[in-house]
Ligand binder design. Structure first.
Ligand SMILES: *Cc1c(COP(=O)(O)O)cnc(C)c1O
Length: 396
């Protein structure tokens, strides 16, 4: 093996100082430097071990450095890393075929992130309908680039960058009538997360997605599911939509799709997809061989190790254990689907993130009052028990 170009001899302080000096300070980072991961565990530069209930923000579904993903990346990297989309590669159509089978969609466009998959969906929705407007939900999150930001609700994310693209409207999540009322003759698409992630692990009422589908069909408006976070087994089924019987017109997938390698996917039905013709959209890196190999290996791992079922079962186990063992008066309730778990607090939970980390468990706080637990599906019962024990001892 060639020597690693990253010399692993800088101290935690030196690394953090270098970041402070040279990297845009746009992230509220935790003060640890992670250097290694395996399964549901990560280690920092000082050798301290953590159980990772953040999983790269619902990305490392198959665990850190899954052996199949590592082997696929190593093998593909030695064969062909990148060619652009000016040429075919042997691997990209294979991945597209597999994704079409899993999603029930017909065609796949490859991008490199969640927000890019949303950008593609917005463009396709406008082209396919000839309309301009979008309806999305209050407290939704769809990404940070200008188009995705335009349909993202949070004022704090939007305000400094206005004017955004016009024609976006927000309605309360879970309220199908509100969508009916917001539709007008210029609406192109309704964009919905099957379970809201950043918004605080919000599960819509039963029948909501079905009702939204009916409303969109009646109005001739496209239905886009943002499955960037809920996809790839996270909710205990392959996709969040699979808890309903609904087939959207367009699906966006990213986060867990390639085992930690950056990839975004827009999938669409043939009827909608046919409206994109040559030159309508493109990406230099999209679906490149290295990413495609990582995604195929990730999907193989999920199928052969039955990780969707594991997400369902271990997620239910973790929620039950939290309900049983976490008795602090600041916890209101626990909710979730599969390995997408929200612990609703009665106060701001930000300080809990530091306290849990000090005790060796990484958790994330979203929407101020929700502890979001999205561990790798390969987390063991023992690791869940240990995480719940640490959470049960937290004080606010
Ligand atoms: C994370 C996320 C995005 C944005 O994905 P990036 O890869 O960070 O651009 C979009 N939609 C949802 C639902 C997400 O959770």
């Amino acid at each position: 093996m060639a020597k690693c170009i990253c010399q692993g001899n800088l101290s935690e302080e030196e690394i953090i100082a270098k970041d402070a000096k040279h990297v845009f300070q746009t992230y509220g980072r935790q003060p640890i430097v992670l250097t290694r991961g395996k399964g549901a565990l990560v280690w920092d530069v000082n050798g301290k071990e953590y159980i990772d209930c953040v999983a790269g923000i619902a990305v490392n579904n198959v665990g850190h450095c899954h052996p199949r993903v590592v082997a696929a990346i190593q093998e593909q990297a030695a064969r062909l890393i990148h060619t652009s989309n000016l040429y075919y590669t042997d691997i990209q159509p294979q991945l597209a075929e597999k994704l079409a089978e899993l999603t029930g969609m017909d065609r796949i466009f490859f991008a490199n992130s969640g927000t890019e998959s949303i950008e593609a969906a917005l463009k396709l929705a406008r082209k396919a309908t000839g309309n301009k407007g979008f309806i999305s939900a209050e407290h939704c999150f769809h990404g940070r680039t200008m188009g995705a930001l335009s349909i993202t609700h949070k004022a704090k994310y939007r305000a400094p960058f206005e004017p955004l693209i016009p024609g976006a409207d927000f309605v309360p999540y879970g309220d199908a009538d509100a969508i009916r009322n917001a539709l007008d003759s210029d609406t192109a698409a309704v964009i919905i997360e099957p379970v809201q992630g950043e918004g605080g692990v919000i599960i819509p009422p039963a029948g909501y997605l079905e009702e939204v589908r009916k409303i969109c069909d009646k109005a001739g408006v496209l239905l886009v599911f943002d499955e960037v976070q809920t996809g790839m087994g996270r909710t205990g089924k392959w996709f969040g939509k699979d808890h309903s019987g609904v087939r959207p017109d367009i699906m966006c997938i990213a986060k867990g799709i390639a085992g930690g390698f950056p990839m975004g996917v827009m999938a669409a039905t043939e009827e909608v997809a046919k409206n994109f013709s040559k030159g309508d959209h493109a990406s230099t890196f999209g679906g490149n061989p290295l990413g495609a190999a990582a995604a195929l290996a990730t999907i193989n791992a999920i199928e052969e190790e039955r990780l969707v079922e594991r997400s369902r079962d271990m997620g239910a186990y973790m929620r039950d254990e939290i309900k049983k063992r976490c008795r602090q008066d600041f916890i209101d309730h626990v909710r979730g689907l599969g390995m997408m778990i929200g612990v609703q607090l009665k106060k701001d939970g930000t300080p809990l993130v530091d306290k849990a980390r000090e005790k060796g468990v990484l958790v994330n706080c979203t929407s101020e009052t929700v502890l979001r637990l999205v561990p790798p599906f390969v987390i063991t019962k023992g690791e869940i028990d240990r995480s719940v024990e640490v959470i049960s001892e937290l004080e606010l």
